[in-house]
Design a protein around this ligand. Structure first.
Ligand SMILES: C[S@@+](CC[C@H](N)C(=O)[O-])C[C@H]1O[C@@H](n2cnc3c(N)ncnc32)[C@H](O)[C@@H]1O
Ligand SMILES: O=[N+]([O-])c1ccc2c(c1)CN[C@@H](CO)C2
Length: 273
């Protein structure tokens, strides 16, 4: 039984997201300076390095990787697509699922050119950057569907979306804290997605630290649950995950570009025992 406050907060959050603008969101967060592959201290290369290490250090394996709350972005699965036979992307909004389909169907008109991302991850894998076309083809081959999801539902995906054993690995970036009205809802959502994961499966979670809002488009101010590291660890523990590693990136001044008040980014590798 959800307390009234949280229920109203979730409904208010859903209303905010009706105004989410994928193209603006991509411009705000996935272009320089936050996505500058020439800068050692840029946020996106840091995220890609965390994901590359986590997917390739040997303990993560299986058939099915599910990305929770993909939004209009693909970077989350650029390393994972080499490890898993099948990748499912998910999002709450049709506009985001549409943006992802546009890229997958290679029909042009995408909100962002993902080539520099593909080239950067190829470099992390010790491949020549020109192998990005093979990685793009691999991605288009392993991503088998783009599904609706609601992490506030006790059953976030449709009943038949996953095999009965569940996914072998979940990845989720900037979703839970950006869609939850309070810490209790954030922790509850962690518990909901845990049910999608098989025992022994891994969760790779990237999120915002100390963020209270972000702009999901011009004038679309979306509230965020401000988290610190201790709260992230406590929520993971409370919702039944074993923490393997937590890494933190602190934003340099010039990465604070006015689209949010985020002060840091966390990367978590955890396991469902
Ligand atoms: C800040 S964006 C993150 C996008 C992307 N994962 C990234 O790393 O940039 C948050 C995403 O959560 C989605 N979302 C909103 N409400 C949701 C819900 N109840 N359940 C799951 N996803 C939701 C939004 O549509 C949006 O794409
Ligand atoms: O710097 N980044 O790579 C980056 C990417 C996405 C997002 C942020 C920062 C901070 N705000 C969140 C929404 O709560 C979304």
């Amino acid at each position: 039984m959800e307390i009234k406050g949280t229920e109203n907060g979730i409904a208010a959050m859903a209303a905010c997201y009706q105004r989410f603008d994928p193209a603006a969101y991509l411009q705000y967060n996935y272009t320089p300076p936050r996505a500058d592959f020439e800068r050692k201290d840029s946020i996106v290369p840091w995220k890609l390095a965390c994901l590359h290490r986590a997917f390739t250090e040997g303990d993560v394996s299986g058939e099915l990787l599910v990305d929770i709350g993909s939004g209009p972005t693909l970077y989350q699965v650029l390393s994972g697509c080499e490890v898993f036979k099948e990748v499912l992307l998910t999002d709450y909004l049709e506009v985001n699922r549409q943006e992802l389909r546009r890229w997958l169907q290679d029909e042009g008109g995408c909100g962002l050119d993902w080539t520099p991302y593909l080239q950067h991850v190829c470099k992390l894998e010790g491949r020549r950057p020109s192998a990005w076309t093979e990685k793009a083809a691999k991605l288009r081959h392993v991503i088998t569907d783009i599904l609706p999801i609601d992490v506030h539902s006790a059953q976030p995906l449709a009943p038949d979306a996953l095999p009965s054993a569940g996914a072998d690995c979940l990845v989720s970036c900037f979703c839970l804290e950006s869609v939850s009205p309070d810490l209790a809802a954030f922790t509850k959502a962690l518990g909901h997605i845990r049910k999608l994961l098989r025992p022994g499966g891994h969760l790779l979670l990237i999120g915002a630290l100390g963020e209270s809002y972000y702009f999901g488009g011009p004038g679309v101010k979306i509230p965020v649950v401000p988290l610190n590291e201790a709260q992230v660890c406590a929520s993971l523990n409370e919702s039944g995950y074993n923490l393997i590693r937590l890494e933190v990136y602190t934003l340099p001044q010039d990465m604070r570009v006015g689209v949010d008040d985020v002060s840091g980014v966390f990367f978590v590798k955890a396991k469902k025992e």
